[in-house]
Design a protein around this ligand. Structure first.
Ligand code: ARG
Ligand code: ZN
Length: 879
């Protein structure tokens, strides 16, 4: 069943008020719902209430039972006809949270009740027009056993709580802000909480609470600090004040995604709340800070102004990701944050946008909306908002967002509404910009340069790939940062017709082919171009850089992001050439480091060791991180040479380590952090570069470096350093590694979030065709196929982080992963569908592999009980 944007119709009934009473029980939870209904369309249309796996007990119209012929009960809901223009409908139904394995709707996690309603989970709780353009005020009464569920939470403000006679108690919550059903939430259980307060810009005091299972109560402080910072930042940056008396967060262990922005009651995957230095890494701390911010920012971008329909998902997600990215940039290092964002785009979004699951930022059709919570909607969507920001400048952008929040407050709106509001602030024609929302695929910008006298001529050509049924080649509006450097690394002023004598420009490309002319100082050589600086546009740049150009930019570019990018391109060029040679000659080439690469590596290391100025160690660590095997694979369009890529990467790491081992040791020692764990920019940077140094050193087969790692695994007082060392030690199959892995597992066996790291590391180092180890990991007491975090750690990491074993020529990796997907599909289709996307681009592999991957997709799809979620993903992959 395909849902189309073009078929959108406004709701024919509105629900102004919802009164819900829950009598919570693992089995047979009773849900009584009274809806205040108002006709919004013509008389002869029935009211449609979605309902999914609900047991209907009764329906009453204004207190009287409804005539039989007025109610038509179908598989997916109720159709009610003959209603007056206004009425009150009371619907009673029952649900069984304990049997709900989908983690969608009302379910139990560690015995506590919780909900997930986005996108269409509310219909699994009660009968309702479960669409985001129906906004209602909610009053919620929760009744549950007081001893097992001492805590009762829902959206909005608490208005009443009291004990009942039968050992149960009751709490009433009221949310004054009209909201769509996807923002409903309740939580009931045995939870402990920490509390703090925030005073808003207008002087209101908000009570903040974070609720977790009792044994996690000592891991909430970082999340609370992150929340308070987010609230302050959104006031200062966007003028957005919080609007209820309380803001609560609950962490649950079983959760399909990262977190959920339910009004006044955010529910989180515990991975994005729980942290203390002994168990969480710097990376975890950063993830918590940004996800807490993301969900909090949704209070305005998503909740106060919401989406008309699910084709508008990026309206809230793209904008909110952009907002959380800028928050994180302000909290830490802007350049490093940008590098991480671009890494994600290139490694996840670009491939998605080039394969069978490609879709525009505003999709035009879907089968299952849950399959569209994608890197395209979220991260490309954020890039598109960023381009608005870059094209308008901050002041005009902020005027636009103020206007947007003011104009659409309390409404369910469209991406078009956002565009129109921004366009009012623009001094350029925005019509062409719209294409970023409508057209899938990553544009390629081919850039070439030449000298004409003392003029630099730069030619640009946009190439728009045909993807997912879209094959027109109309150009995009592309803001493109540009600068030029001479051979000594000095910036070159760009004068003449298209320049203004400045050193860095942002051009706006609008045509398929266009040229720009810049006058250079007399007698200049052809300069080196720095392109798409700061990653101003989500495009691929094709330009004929030689190794010397890249080495020069890697050290001289005044744009930090492009310095990183130049270094990465230099590394990538080396890797791709080696793989190409190995493939062409059937044997491994004589390997020599290319000109400039080794020097650039050394220069970076020295710059962070303080011997040549003080570069940010975190930035250096980002530079030294080798491109992932998957990203290297992206450089090959056909017959991806999986094994050669792996080998080239391993060898390059070893060679660089070999040449620079003394400096690596120096950096490792100099950047030691003492004085206990602190999560701050300086210490995080030091730890990250030390981790890189230790990793390179352990690429060498040398007992001294192994000892260094073994000691750090054992003795560091924080998980970041312990786990970094364990990871470094895992590069080679040694006894030290096996012992360290084992003792780590026995130390942390009772801590699921720590064991997730361990499972992921194990999954990353499984050898091809080692089915015994995979079986052992699957049987490990710390693994559970029912828990999405465990599944992502073991199965997700095996399939995405261990390409050599996943793509084993025998097909054993494919088979194992497909077996797991099929098993998961039986109880949690959202997760099985997501896991299956790893098979999407099977056509890029050689015949044997491609056949086997296709075979697994067919096996998933051909089952009679294949879920619609998985069927959409597998079906598109096979089409
Ligand atoms: N709105 C949530 C967020 O971005 C994600 C919820 C996704 N849920 C789902 N079932 N697809 O923070
Ligand atoms: Zn979101």
């Amino acid at each position: 069943h395909i849902v189309r944007l073009a078929d959108y119709r406004p709701p024919n009934y509105l629900i102004d008020h919802v009164d819900l009473t829950f009598e919570l029980a693992a089995r047979g939870t009773r849900v009584e719902s009274t809806l205040t209904v108002r006709r919004n369309g013509s008389h002869d249309e029935p009211l449609w209430l979605d309902g999914d796996e609900l047991t209907l007990e009764s329906i009453a119209l204004d207190g009287e039972s409804l005539a039989k012929e007025q109610v038509d009960q179908r598989e997916n809901g109720l159709s009610i006809s003959g209603l007056p223009d206004q009425c009150r409908l009371t619907v009673v139904c029952r649900v069984d949270p304990v049997d709900n394995t989908t983690l969608d709707g009302l379910y139990q996690s560690s015995g506590n009740f919780c909900t997930q309603c986005e996108a269409q989970g509310f219909r699994r709780i009660t009968f309702f027009p479960d669409r985001p353009d129906v906004l209602s005020r909610y009053r919620v009464t929760l009744i549950a056993d007081k001893s097992t569920c001492p805590v009762l939470l829902s959206n909005g403000n608490p208005v009443e709580s009291r004990d009942l006679e039968d050992g149960r108690h009751l709490a009433i919550w009221e949310d004054p802000h009209p909201k769509p059903s996807y923002l409903f939430a309740l939580v009931a259980g045995d939870l402990k909480s920490i509390h703090d307060q925030f005073t808003t810009c207008s002087g209101r005091t908000i009570d903040l609470g974070i609720y977790v299972e009792p044994h996690n109560i000592d891991r909430c402080d970082h999340a609370m600090r992150s929340l308070i910072k987010s609230m302050a930042w959104d006031e200062e940056t966007y003028g957005r004040e919080y609007d209820l008396d309380v803001f609560n967060i609950v962490a649950v262990d079983d959760f399909n995604m990262g977190a959920m922005e339910n009004k006044g009651l955010n529910v989180f995957n515990s991975k994005f709340i729980l942290a203390r230095s002994e168990t969480a890494t710097d990376h975890d701390y950063e993830g918590i800070e940004s996800v807490v911010a993301h969900e909090y920012f949704h209070n305005w971008s998503g909740n106060r102004v919401t989406c008309r329909d699910w084709f508008q998902l990026s309206l809230k997600e793209g904008f909110t990701v952009f907002r959380d990215q800028e928050f994180s940039a302000d909290m830490g290092s802007r350049a490093v944050k940008r590098i991480e964002e671009v890494n994600l785009l290139r490694q996840v979004q670009f491939p998605e946008d080039a394969g069978p699951q490609a879709h525009p930022v505003q999709p035009k059709e879907y089968e299952q909306i849950n399959n569209f919570y994608t890197a395209t909607v979220y991260n490309k969507g954020a890039e598109v908002v960023r381009m608005w920001h870059n094209l308008l400048g901050w002041d005009a952008f902020r005027r636009g967002t103020d206007r947007y929040f003011e104009r659409f407050d309390g409404q369910a709106v469209t991406i078009e509404d956002f565009i129109d509001t921004m366009a009012e602030q623009a001094d350029f024609d925005t019509a062409q910009f719209r294409r970023w929302y409508d057209r899938a695929g990553t544009p390629n910008v081919h850039v070439s340069k030449r000298l004409e006298g003392d003029e630099l001529v730069v030619d640009f050509r946009q190439e728009v790939p045909a993807v997912a049924g879209q094959d027109d080649d109309e150009p995009f509006l592309i803001p493109l940062g540009l600068a030029a450097f001479d051979r000594d690394g000095h910036p070159v002023a760009l004068g003449g017709p298209d320049g203004n004598g400045e050193q860095a420009l942002t051009l706006v490309l609008a045509k398929t082919e266009e040229s720009r002319r810049y006058s250079l100082p007399a007698g200049s050589d052809l300069p080196v171009l720095s392109l798409n600086r700061g990653f101003t546009a989500p495009v691929k740049i094709e330009h004929d850089y030689d190794a010397a150009d890249l080495a020069l930019l890697a050290s001289a570019d005044t744009d930090e992001f492009n310095r990183w990018d130049a270094y990465q391109r230099l590394v990538m060029k080396t890797l791709v050439e080696r793989v190409g040679e190995a493939e062409a000659h059937g044997e491994w080439p004589e390997t020599r480091l290319p000109d400039g690469l080794s020097e650039a590596f050394g220069r970076l290391l020295h710059s962070a060791a303080g011997t040549q100025g003080g570069a940010d160690p975190r930035f250096v660590a980002e530079c030294l991180t080798l491109p992932s095997e998957n990203y290297i694979a992206e450089q090959f369009t056909q017959d991806v040479p999986v094994d050669a890529i792996h080998q080239a990467r391993v060898e390059l790491r070893e060679q660089l380590a070999n040449e620079w081992s003394q400096t690596l040791v120096l950096v490792f020692e100099k950047l030691a952090v003492d004085g206990g764990y602190r999560f701050d920019g300086v210490d995080v940077g030091r730890r990250s570069l030390r981790a890189q140094a230790l990793t390179y050193l352990n690429a060498l087969d040398h007992p001294a470096w192994r000892r260094l790692a073994v000691e750090q695994v054992r003795e560091a007082d924080n998980m970041t350093e312990r786990f970094n060392a364990l990871t470094a030690l895992s590069l080679r199959a040694t006894d030290e590694r096996d012992e360290a892995l084992e003792s780590f597992a026995s130390e942390w066996q009772d801590d699921p979030l720590v064991m997730d790291k361990w499972l992921a590391l194990r999954a990353r180092i499984v050898e091809p065709d080692d089915m015994e180890t995979l079986a052992a990991l699957e049987a490990h007491p710390s693994f559970s196929i029912r828990n999405p975090n465990r599944v992502r750690s073991l199965i997700g990491t095996f399939s995405r982080g261990n390409p050599v074993a996943f793509h084993a020529a025998t097909g054993s990796g494919y088979r194992w992963v497909a077996d797991k997907i099929i098993e998961i599909d039986g109880f949690n289709p959202q997760i099985s569908a997501r896991m299956a996307t790893v098979f999407s681009r099977w056509r890029r592999y050689d015949g044997g592999r491609a056949d086997r991957m296709r075979g697994e997709l067919e096996r998933m799809l051909d089952r009679v009980d294949c879920s619609p979620d998985l069927a959409e993903i597998a079906g598109k992959a096979l089409k």
